[in-house]
Design a protein around this ligand. Structure first.
Ligand SMILES: O=C(O)[C@H](O)[C@@H](O)[C@H](O)[C@H](O)COP(=O)(O)O
Length: 261
């Protein structure tokens, strides 16, 4: 191919590299059961943790609540990685006291701290005793310390669940937050999934992650998995498409009942 000028060559090269780097790769993994799902999640988590720690000396990971808490509380103790290098954030968090059973941080704290090499100060927690609005604003301030100078934080990994309605984080079907693109973290006070007051990452941040992983189990999610992965319906969990990153859907056989590659 003859290039009229160096500029043409440079333009074509840059465009080609841009295409390659903005192409999301999606992997769907179906496991026999929840134990295998947890093992697969642990393997992906361990590989990415070690890659990030080698590259940056740290691993910045976003945690979700719901059943993901159970999966991670079983997966994290299996990992062969330096947990002391982790910084743990929340993809969403309920605006409740940390000793409230509904607190996502509180549940991770109870199950991990003191049992694995993770300390409380490695978790970036939401401010206590303030409104959802103030908690969201403060969380952005806290996050900015770990992503200095960034237009958008780029998490090494986000660990996501999906509700039976197709929500993820605290981004629910039909909610105006689905189109929020001005703030990294938004408050929600009318969550259809209790408790109503939460903060959540927004899609610009979610889709800037290096790796996003859904871990989904149970027949109760099978219909929604089909609607998103097969029927391509526009539902919140389906909008997770890292612009320059990897996307994994780890499903147990029950959740994948209506899905076939
Ligand atoms: O704090 C939360 O509620 C979660 O972050 C939320 O997004 C959760 O991941 C989904 O609701 C799935 O929850 P289940 O896996 O328990 O259905």
């Amino acid at each position: 191919m003859y290039f009229k000028s160096k500029f043409n060559f440079l333009l074509i090269t840059v465009s080609y590299v841009y295409f390659l780097t903005t192409f999301v790769t999606m992997t769907v993994i179906v496991t026999e059961n929840e134990t295998e799902l947890i093992n697969k999640l642990a393997s992906i988590l361990e590989n990415n943790s070690n890659t990030s720690i080698t590259r940056d000396g740290t691993f910045k990971v976003g945690l979700s609540g719901g059943s993901v808490v159970k999966f991670l509380n079983e997966a994290i103790p299996k990992l062969k990685t330096d947990l002391s290098k982790w910084k743990l954030f929340f993809c969403d968090e309920r605006v409740v006291p940390e000793d409230d059973p509904e607190s996502t941080f509180g549940t991770y704290k109870k199950n991990l701290i003191g049992k694995v090499n993770l300390k409380e100060d490695q978790f970036v927690r939401i401010k206590q005793g303030v409104s959802a609005d103030e908690a969201a604003k403060d969380y952005v301030r806290q996050m900015a310390e770990y992503f200095p100078g960034s237009l958008l934080p780029r998490f090494d990994m986000l660990l996501l669940g999906m509700g039976p309605d197709g929500h993820t984080c605290s981004l629910f079907p039909g909610h105006q937050l689905l189109n929020e693109n001005k703030v990294w973290v938004a408050p929600i006070t009318d969550s259809p999934k209790p408790p109503p007051q939460r903060v959540t990452l927004t899609f610009p941040v979610i889709n800037n992650a290096r790796v996003a992983v859904f871990a989904i189990a149970g027949e109760g999610k099978a219909d929604m998995v089909k609607r998103i992965l097969v029927d391509k319906e526009d539902l919140p969990a389906g909008r997770v498409q890292p612009s320059s990153g990897e996307l994994y859907w780890i499903l147990d056989k029950e959740a994948a009942r209506h899905y076939s590659k």
